[in-house]
Design a binder for this molecule. Structure first.
Ligand code: SAM
Length: 191
């Protein structure tokens, strides 16, 4: 089997990469994560998708490719320079780019629940997990990356990641698959 991820890269990808590099942003999601997100998103017809931590929009560009015409993506970022890059590069009526602190947004959101949540910031993953999983529909996907040790992890983060993985595994409302692939992915489905 050949891994074809490099032949499917979204057209906006390189421009976003250049723009985020000029800000010295180094937390972009990788190509494999993006490709997986596109595939999972495509399984949700008229889906509602939430991304926490837009960055400059690299993962968003993949998610966009998986959206059908009736689907909608909300993506939350608190860094205005990154939010502006994503907004400019990925203009599409199906995407709502939200410039907000994810901690505040998660506590205040009262809208419809989501079919897939890609949690790529502290709020939604290591923090406010309970609030986040409440926003997922039954049968919906909760997806996280960077679960294998990363060069930018600060001291103490490995222990935090281990505890989080253990907590996920202990939940009765989730079915999990852990993938030692890409940067370390966990896909959970809500029962
Ligand atoms: C790992 S990066 C996301 C990368 C992005 N998914 C991509 O594909 O490039 C995490 C992002 O979360 C954002 N972030 C950190 N704290 C946040 C908060 N409290 N609220 C919203 N976004 C936050 C950071 O600015 C950063 O862009």
């Amino acid at each position: 089997m050949e891994d074809e991820v490099l032949t499917e890269i979204p057209v906006q990808y390189n421009r976003i990469k250049d723009d985020t590099t000029s800000l010295s942003f180094q937390m972009n999601s990788d190509l494999y994560t993006g490709s997986l997100l596109k595939t999972l998103v495509a399984s949700k017809k008229a889906g509602r998708i939430l991304e926490l931590g837009t960055g400059g929009g690299l993962a968003t560009s993949w998610i966009l490719e998986g959206l059908d015409h009736q689907s909608k993506l909300l993506t939350v970022e608190n860094n205005e320079a990154l939010w502006r890059i994503a907004n400019q590069q990925l203009k599409d009526d199906r995407i709502e780019f939200i410039l907000a602190d994810g901690y505040v947004w998660l506590k205040e959101y009262r809208g419809e629940k989501f079919d897939l949540i890609f949690a790529d910031a502290m709020p939604g993953k290591y923090d406010l997990f309970e609030e986040t999983i409440q926003l997922l529909k039954t049968g919906g996907f909760y997806v996280i990356d960077d679960m294998l040790p990363q060069p930018n992890w600060p001291p103490g983060h490995a222990e935090k990641a281990d505890a989080f993985i253990h907590m996920l595994g202990s939940r009765k409302d989730l079915i999990l698959t852990k993938l030692k692939w890409s940067t370390g992915i966990i896909i959970a489905v809500k029962k």
